[in-house]
Design a protein. Structure first.
Length: 68
């Protein structure tokens, strides 16, 4: 996620763990919180970030990602 933040110069409050604790999850991320597994990023909404360009291959490392 930090690679994606740096590549697109995302100006959001992205610090620490992206999904935990739940009260401090990163803005624009949607995480799944299954009891038996660590939190997983399942959605990413960057529509208000004014992005342009190609989609980074870094998104491929987000194995639980279901939607952008």
């Amino acid at each position: 996620m930090t690679t994606i933040k740096d590549k697109y110069q995302v100006k959001k409050n992205w610090m620490g763990d992206p999904c935990a604790p739940t009260n401090y999850a990163w803005k624009g991320l949607h995480c799944s919180y299954a009891v038996s597994t660590p939190p997983t990023i399942k959605g990413l909404n960057l529509s208000s970030s004014g992005l342009s360009g190609n989609i980074s291959s870094s998104f491929a490392s987000l194995k639980g990602l279901q939607y952008l």
